[in-house]
Each structure stands twice: as structure tokens, then as C-alpha cells.
Write a protein that binds this ligand. Sequence first.
Ligand code: CP
Length: 395
Amino acid sequence: MPIKRKTPAKQATPKTRSAKIAGNGAGNGHSSSSRPLLTLEVSPSISPRNKITIPQFHGPVPPGFLHPGSAISVSHFTLEDVGSILEEASELEAMPAARRALRYAKRRVALLFYESSTRTRTSFELAAKSLGADTALVSALSSSIEKGESLKDTGITLRSLGAECIILRHPNSGAPYLLARSTGLPILNAGDGSHEHPSQALLDLRTILAHLPPSARSTAKRNHSIGDRALQGVTVTIVGDILHSRVARSNALLLPRLGARVIFCGPEVLLPECAAAIGPGVEIERDFERALKQSNVVMMLRIQKERLAGLEIDLEDYIEQYQLHMHRLAAHAPAAIVLHPGPVIRGLEITGEIADGPNSAIAEQVYHGSIIRMALLGRALDAHPKRNEQSSKNR
Ligand code: CP
């Protein structure tokens, strides 16, 4: 199925940069996830007694295991859940701002960020405010986390202050499960280590659906639901640092369930052979130009220096083989849309011309992020009794 093209891409010569980088894995003082982890690493913010194993179940969350308003892994969503999140997002998008601001007026949402963020943090915060909710931001560097307070105690403190939902970004894979277990609140995973970034995969899905030709779009969303053929015929190539990417993982777990073919592309050091075992519908192609020829969507990823933990990448060689530049795109995938979760490192994985060019849907992704995050917040707060209802129960 072809993806709608905006205007023809222009030819350009690629820019190159020469350097060697290696991650030290120390980053912000927390131990870093240098490989796809299934077991939570212990960091100063997580006490050893709280070390947990990431649950490996697919499908709806078992009753009592997590708060039903949580969004920790895309694998917990049924296709019906995905359809209703997309529907709710469109409903909230179309709603007059004044009406939307009454929807969750005075509900309390906490943002708990142990890692830096621009898009996810701002869009969750603005989404909560546009729904009328009160927000409180706690960052690792300006809170008692700096003094050694654990994730568990921080979560319990936020709950005692009235938080009805916590949005968590954390460098350790699995941290949202620990917070969910400690607080019993709905937890929205805003990115945990190399594990998952579910709201990013949903906003990427919404962006891809918006670029399908109108006939395919209505088939994809027939009867207000989304089916396992919604992305049939769409090939999405994800390029670069797959090993450390929670965005790649969430997309690879979600998009094939809707019929998309996902190609992982990158050098072995950033894309081990075992990555294709993540699930059906995912393949590996090391040759970027061969992958591009098959692509309707190209998702470029940043090299995550903060998670390289000793791995060495020859940047000159990487740019030569894997940078997306105009010449490459025009020659091999002129009609493809280009996605990037950000932050974009211009001149490394992608040129400025591509990021600003006619194939780029990067700014659109950010817009879809704010809409999807409103729907996720609504889902979380709907599943959680209002504070006054809780306190009347406790009386
Ligand atoms: N896509 C994404 O997670 O961006 P931020 O790190 O800026 O939130």
C-alpha cells in the first residue's frame, strides 16, 4: 500500500562528520541499560530489595496485576484498546478547548522524570493541562531523589500528595512496574531504559495512519476500530541504534500486529541478529539502500551515546552507510515518509535537509504526541476513582 507523498524530494550531496564516540554508561549517575534487559538494574534510586523481573505477558493485563489505566508496554494493549485510544484521541482533538478543559478539571497528575526529555515531558504536561488537570513535575536533579530517595518512596510521596496518575521516565528498564506495584496508581511509561516507550509507538501509528491514502485510512479505521490489517502493505524501516532503542522495541511490538512489515536496519554492533526474534513481522536488512527500496516509512534513530557503555562506533563509517540524506532518499524511497522520535542529531543519522524536507513528518509526530497523550491520560484517570470518591470511601 503506497504512502501519500507530499512533494518530490530534491537531490543533495550528503554531509559527513568524522569522529569516534564511545559511551561511558555512567551518564547521570544511574547504572545504564547497555543491552535489552529483562531484569531491572539497581540504581541509587531503586533499592536492591526492589529489584524486579519485567513480566513477559502479552495481551490484557491480568486482573489485579497493574492498574488498568496504566500504559507500560504496548504488548498489554489489545487491538481494541489501540482502537479506542485512537478514537478517544480524535474525539479530544475535535472537542472545543473550553469543553475539554472541564473533562478532568482539578484531577492531579504527577510527572516524574529521572532522565531529560523535551517532547514527552512537555506534551504530557500540556495534554494534562488542556484536559483541566493540575500537574506537578518532579525531576531527578531538583528533588529529594538527588539526596538518595528511592523510586518507591518518591511514588508513595506523590500519591500522598494526591497524584492520581504518574507519568514516569526512568533510565532503568522495568522501573514503571516497580512504581505501579509500590503505588497502585495508573502509571504511564514515558520511556524506561531500553525497554519501551508506548506513547511514542501510538503517536507514530497515528502519524503513519494520517499519511495513508484516504481510502486505506477509512479501511484501517472501519467501524471505529482498528484491525489486524490496518497497516497491510505498509513497510516500516527502523534504522540505527536498535539495540538501545525503546522506541524501536515498542514500534516492533505494535506495528506488525496491525499488518505492517518492520525492517530493522543497522550495523551488527547496534543491531544484533537476535533482534528479529522480538516477534513475527520483523526482519533484519543490513544494507540501508536495499531496505529503503522496500520502505513506505523510514524511522531514523539517534545513536544513544548515554547508553553505549563501552561500545565503539566509527561515526564516519556509520554516516557513510546509514545516514539518511537527500541523494539516498530520492534514489531509493522518494515517496517514503520520514519519521524520527527526536532528539534529531543533524549531520549524523539524518541531514538537516531531510529533517526539514518535504518527506519529513517529524513535526507532525510531535503534534500527534500531544493528542495521543491526552487520550492516555483520560484512559488512566477514567480508570481511577476521583480523589473525593476515594476519601469518602476511606471515611
Ligand atoms: N521522543 C522522545 O522521547 O523525545 P524526548 O526524549 O525529548 O521526550
